[in-house]
Design a protein. Sequence first.
Length: 152
Amino acid sequence: MATITKDSEEQQASVVNSSGLILKIGIGIVAVICILALGLLFTRHSKGAVKPPPNPVLFDLGDFTTNLSDASELKYVRTGVTLELNNKSLEKEVQDNEPLLRDCIISLLNGETSDDIMLNRTRLKKDVISLINEHLTTGEVTNIYFSDLIMQ
């Protein structure tokens, strides 16, 4: 009888050892799948991201202070504006037309309310870019940056 019990214990130990091995293999497979899935996710995400040019051409138009079109009270906005240009040669054209471009931005800002600026800054940027690009011939503005945006 002692030999039967010993064989039975060896079989149980063998089953326990193989169960542990199967569990370790399963965890390893799940870990590999997770790593591959994360790698695929990050690869797809980075391919779809829009990357700015390595050395963007920036042109600082300076500070703007102008009234807003709020009907109930007199409000104004003060901001700095920097343009991102799609090529270096456009810098000369922007510099030559700076008074016209500044006037376009001031006129556009005069037509905005404080709520328009606070709630729709993306639309405002698109409108400024579109308006400025109408006056340029050797390239285009690809982005606009507002700095120190203050409203009162």
